[in-house]
Design a protein around this ligand. Structure first.
Ligand code: SAM
Length: 364
């Protein structure tokens, strides 16, 4: 990175983060991932229950669209394919029509997904003649469409690097990365260009505060919307309903680093060896609906599934067989997915496309 900064001068923070995460030697390029053996645990990696509930949501959307065949589900930032695997294993009613497209930028994770899912060539899944589903493929970027279905992304938007803006006495500045005595340092460069959007999203932020400008996330959502002729874009992520809340949360509160299931160091430390992630400022992306994950999962029936599992565990605990253990683990998974201090307070953001209803999840 020092070489790049020496060649180019101060480099925008979002470019530095992009290289740190996605270049060949970057965090995702070289080894980082979600999962128990990875660096952080996401909802699909908690266990199979999240996939069961996403399968229910898919059935609701499929039925609301009059059961199209094919029903295309594009999963952005699919990682190693955990969500696809658990949805396919749950066998939702839409399965015969289902064409699931894992979109993953990191080649290493695409290879793992391809090795663990029954994948077919993209042309077969995206353009081939109608045939029995589910069929799955893995690609490196959003397909163009137009499709009828859903573009889904769990914890993708937080990994699309933000422009970092700082309120100064004179207006707004952009955080860039320069060099001082052979080390990477932050520089705040005045930016008239940022003033307009930031007046809208963070007009009241006092001097010294920092906010993210989620331009890459916004572009991704716009591309996802453009790939649908009818359906929903649904993104699940941590963040805040407003940019103003993030200004109050403070820079260290909304830009975080992770590695090996713990918090990492400063964002410029150990570039490429830790995840760098940003709370999503939902207002900038203008979703039609925002709902906490815990509420969304309740509408999809998580309490009923947990009640059945709790009952099974109580009945079979003394036997201690596989069914008893599965039931116990389902109860634990449900608690993690709805934890108000963790995954349960993630935001489910949705954008309807093509005149469909604005609801983020009709249950089957
Ligand atoms: C935090 S991980 C989430 C993985 C998975 N969705 C989960 O919930 O376990 C984010 C993933 O998005 C991928 N990613 C980042 N930018 C992307 C893009 N523009 N298109 C596709 N994948 C992307 C990363 O490589 C990484 O695997």
């Amino acid at each position: 990175m020092l070489g790049l900064v020496r060649r180019r001068g101060a480099v925008p923070a979002d470019e530095v983060i992009d290289l740190a995460l996605y270049s060949d030697g970057g965090f995702y390029g070289a080894g980082g991932s979600a999962g128990r053996r990875g660096d952080f645990l996401t909802s699909p990696e908690v266990g199979p229950l999240f996939g069961v509930l996403v399968g229910r949501a898919l059935d609701g959307w499929w039925q609301a669209l009059d059961e199209p065949d094919p029903f295309v589900v594009v999963e952005g930032g699919a990682g190693a394919g955990a969500l696809a695997r658990s949805v396919l294993a749950a066998g939702p009613a839409c399965s015969p029509a289902l064409r699931w497209v894992c979109v993953e930028r990191a080649a290493r994770l695409r290879a793992t997904a391809s090795a663990t899912l029954p994948v077919e060539p993209p042309a077969q899944v995206l353009g081939g003649p109608s045939r029995g589903g589910p069929v799955v493929t893995v690609v490196d970027d959003l397909p163009r469409g137009p499709f009828t279905g859903v573009v889904l992304a769990n914890e993708l938007l937080d990994n699309l690097p933000p422009v970092i803006a700082e309120r100064t006495e004179a207006g707004w500045g952009e955080v860039r990365v320069g060099e001082e005595a052979g080390r990477l340092v932050e520089l705040v460069v005045p930016s008239a260009e940022l003033a307009r959007p930031l007046a809208r999203w963070a007009g009241g932020a006092p001097p010294g505060s920092r906010v993210p400008l989620a331009r890459r996330a916004d572009r991704w959502v716009e591309r996802a919307k453009a790939s649908l002729d009818a359906g929903w874009v649904v993104c699940i992520d941590y963040g805040a309903p407003t940019t103003a809340e993030l200004a109050e949360r403070g820079f260290a509160g909304w830009l975080r680093t992770y590695r090996g299931h713990g918090r990492g160091g400063g964002w410029l430390d150990d570039l490429g060896r830790q995840d760098i992630t940003c709370d999503v400022p939902a207002d900038q992306l203008q979703p039609a609906t925002i709902e906490p994950q815990a509420e969304w999962l309740r509408r999809l029936g998580i309490d009923e599934l947990t009640g059945t599992a709790r009952h099974a565990w109580q009945e079979r605990a003394a036997i201690g067989d596989l069914m008893a253990l599965r039931a116990r683990s389902r109860v634990a998974e449900a608690a993690a997915l709805t934890d108000e201090g963790g995954l349960g307070r993630f935001l489910v953001l949705s954008w309807p496309v093509g005149g469909v209803a604005a609801t983020p999840a009709a249950t089957a």
